[in-house]
Every structure is written in C-alpha cells, then in structure tokens.
Ligand binder design. Structure first.
Ligand SMILES: O=c1[nH]c(=O)c2ncn([C@@H]3O[C@H](COP(=O)(O)OP(=O)(O)OP(=O)(O)O)[C@@H](O)[C@H]3O)c2[nH]1
Ligand SMILES: [Mg+2]
Length: 197
C-alpha cells in the first residue's frame, strides 16, 4: 500500500499523521486532499470508539478501500473527564481551538497544580470492505497548565504538559510530539496491520 486514506478534515491531526507514516514509507491522504469533496460526517457517538467507527466506515463504504479514522480528545480529571469526546466542539460548533482552550483555562482557574491531571486519548478505527472494524487506543498522561504556551501543534497542545516534560506539547518539535503522543501510541498498535496493506 502506497497511499492510505485517513478520514479526517483536521489539518493538525494530519500533520501528525504525515510525520508518523513517513518513516513507514506510506503516503496518507486526508479528506481535504481527495479530488472529490466529502460531506462532513456527523459525529453522533458518545465514545471515541463510536465516533471513530462512524468516520472510518462511512469513508470505507464511499471509496471501497481500507480507511483509518482518528477520534481523539483531552480528558481532564478535575472536569470529570470533559471535554472528552466533545473536545473539538467544547466552546461551540465552529470548532475554534483558541476558544476551546480558553474555556478550559477559565474552568480550571481555581484548580490547584496537584489536581490538574488529565490525558490525551486517541482511538484509531480501521475499516476494511467486508470486514469488522478494528479499534486501537493510545493515551498520553499529563497535566494542564495555567496559561497557553508554545506555537506548534494544535488544539489543546499549548496547555498540556506530558508527564515528565517541562515543555508543553506546543513547545515541542513535531518530532518530539510524535515520539510520545497518544496518536503515536495508538498507531504503534496497528503498525503490523498497516504494513500488510
Ligand atoms: O492539543 C491537541 N493535540 C492533539 O494531539 C489532539 N488530538 C485531539 N485533540 C483535540 O480533540 C479534538 C478531536 O476531535 P475529533 O476527533 O472529532 O476531530 P476533529 O473534529 O477535529 O476532526 P475529524 O478527524 O473528526 O475530521 C481536536 O479538535 C482537538 O481539540 C488534540 N488536541
Ligand atoms: Mg470530528
């Protein structure tokens, strides 16, 4: 397999995936790279697995090829696991990364350092014509900062300190993020499958 469709329209995720698949010699296309425009897929699930399946299966059916979808988000313990599956739309349907992160910082302003734990979660769904969808999960534990720091990455990266790191994920280089991220951990679990394509 030289080219694989990732059922996403998120440019930040896609940048991560390009860096992760490059060493495997696999070229990946997002839904924004395809010649035919693809309608937005409604994410009606309440779990990462359900939403990842909805995206992967819809695109697999449309194109008749194997497809990977990523459903991901940040779970914050002091917010009882929110934003979770609603991470992209936490501050509203227009999916504004800055507004989402601002909402979290406001909700967390009185939470002490010790209570600021959380994790990034990534569930990858692999859909193949005529086969059962496969799921793999990767998690990256860390703490939530008091302010946004760093220009790299996307989403909540500027407020997330992976455990053991003095830098936020947005201060890391793309290569550094891709060594430890939730996306990398999930992808490691499907590498054998991907190489067989
Ligand atoms: O700082 C971050 N670094 C990451 O590495 C990361 N991974 C996920 N997220 C957050 O979780 C949402 C996913 O929601 P999501 O899986 O529905 O994707 P999405 O709607 O953005 O795009 P699509 O793939 O569905 O087209 C994203 O928008 C982000 O807010 C991240 N934030
Ligand atoms: Mg989405």
């Amino acid at each position: 397999m030289e080219e694989l469709i990732i059922a996403t329209k998120n440019k930040g995720k896609m940048k991560d995936f390009k860096g992760l698949f490059d060493p495997l010699g696999i070229e990946v296309s997002s839904l924004l790279d395809l010649s035919k425009p693809v309608d937005d897929i409604e994410e009606t699930g309440t779990t990462f697995e359900e939403n990842a399946a909805i995206k992967a299966e819809a695109i697999c059916e449309k194109f008749g090829t194997p497809v990977i979808a990523d459903d991901s988000g940040i779970e914050i313990d002091a917010l009882n696991g929110a934003p979770g599956v609603y991470s992209a739309r936490y501050a509203g349907e227009d999916k504004d990364d800055k507004a989402n992160l601002g909402k979290v910082l406001t909700e967390m302003q009185d939470v002490s350092q010790a209570e600021r734990t959380g994790r990034f979660v990534c569930v990858l769904a692999i859909a193949q014509p005529g086969q059962k969808t496969i799921f793999k999960r990767g998690e990256c534990e860390g703490t939530i900062g008091f302010q946004a720091i760093g220009k790299n990455g996307f989403g909540y990266d500027p407020i997330f300190y992976p455990t053991g790191s003095a830098k936020t994920m947005a201060e890391m280089t793309p290569q550094e993020k891709n060594q430890i991220s939730h996306r990398k951990k999930a992808l490691d679990k499907i590498e054998n499958w991907v190489m067989q394509l």
